[in-house]
Design a protein. Structure first.
Length: 356
């Protein structure tokens, strides 16, 4: 079979080849080590900004400052390790969202990826910078809202858009019942609808498909559907450079298909995780008392939450899986070994080239 030239993902003056954005994974899963390694292979490396600072009660009064400093440090570490494309994922639902965006502007990151809410004021927060602004949406309708608000209020449109479907890991932008009862549209259908909508606009906005994309043939499929690139997260967990504890990675390696499940998150969203004893306990109604000194997520009600999702995810990142669970995409069980980022990207490139 003759291999074909892989098309680059072009976002303004940025060129990403192969056309892969590494998904931002919190808490403390995708940091400077992973992002820089991915950027060195021509992809876009993304640091997840959520929860980089301490969560301990003793430092509650310095929550914003600690997280700002930690994010700044991660960006600078990534820059010192790579001359490639480095971006940051900042969730809109974070109580310190605006502060984190400000750090990204000051550090001149290449792109800002914002989901878990509609980033309606993002152009105002980044005014005067050259940062590429990329919202994450779950439908063409959501992009339409963002597009109209940005154009009307700031004469700005998204530099690209990520469509994250129902097979992604972590918190999901769909209802629990729809996901569990398989009532959500497929990523393929959602991407087609978004590509069609973008085609009606005056501007060219690259569409990036995300959620359950595992190999090069998957990437080729979405390029053929009109996407300009993909975002992949799960595959990058099982790399030597991923910032998370090895026990977190091993949870992917040992998982079976039936271990990938959907839970009710304390923040009011469904979440895709790998089943373990802790997951079974909280699903049965066990609660873990906690104090909430900083209310890091706007959508969380500490008075009714059965446990602190931030504390759980911090514990997971440190390998304390008896007190936590691991977020994962629908295909996490297909990961069978830990490889270098270079090895993974080379494999994806070969598969993609052969599938075009």
């Amino acid at each position: 079979m003759t291999t074909k030239i892989i098309p680059a993902l072009k976002i303004g003056d940025l060129e990403i080849n192969p056309p892969i954005i590494q998904g931002g994974m919190g808490v403390r899963v995708s940091g400077s080590s992973l992002a820089s390694a991915v950027a060195n292979e021509g992809c876009a490396g993304i640091i997840a900004s959520v929860g980089l600072g301490a969560f301990e009660d003793a430092v509650a009064s310095k929550f914003v400052e600690l997280n700002n400093n930690s994010l700044r440090s991660e960006i600078r570490k990534a820059r010192s390790l790579s001359k490639g494309i480095i971006g940051v994922n900042v969730m809109v639902v974070l109580s310190n969202y605006e502060e984190l965006v400000k750090v990204c502007v000051e550090e001149k990151v290449d792109m800002l990826i914002c989901g878990s809410g509609l980033p309606l004021d993002l152009p105002k927060l980044t005014a005067g910078s050259n940062i590429k602004l990329i919202p994450i949406v779950s439908s063409a309708r959501a992009l339409n809202i963002i597009y109209r608000k940005w154009k009307q209020n700031y004469n700005k449109v998204p530099d690209a858009v990520i469509l994250e479907g129902p097979m992604a890991g972590g918190h999901l932008g769909f209802s629990y019942d729809d996901i569990v009862n398989d009532k959500t549209a497929s990523l393929e259908q959602l991407v087609k609808e978004l590509v069609d909508f973008v085609g009606t606009l005056e501007e060219t906005i690259p569409v990036i498909a995300a959620g359950g994309i595992f190999d090069g043939s998957d990437i080729a499929k979405f390029l053929k559907l009109g996407a300009s690139g993909v975002q992949m997260a799960t595959r990058f967990v099982c790399t030597t450079e991923c910032d998370v504890h090895n026990d977190f990675k091993q949870a992917y390696i040992t998982a079976k298909k039936d271990d990938i499940t959907i839970i009710h998150s304390p923040v009011g969203l469904p979440g895709r995780v790998i089943l373990n004893d802790f997951t079974k306990r909280v699903t049965k109604g066990e609660t873990i008392p906690f104090r909430c000194p900083h209310h890091c997520l706007r959508s969380c009600n500490p008075r009714t939450a059965p446990y602190c999702i931030a504390k759980v995810l911090v514990d997971a990142s440190k390998g304390r899986l008896h007190n936590s669970f691991v977020f994962a995409g629908s295909n996490a069980y297909r990961c069978t070994e830990i490889v270098s980022v270079k090895t993974l990207v080379n494999q994806l490139k070969e598969e993609l080239s052969n599938s075009l």
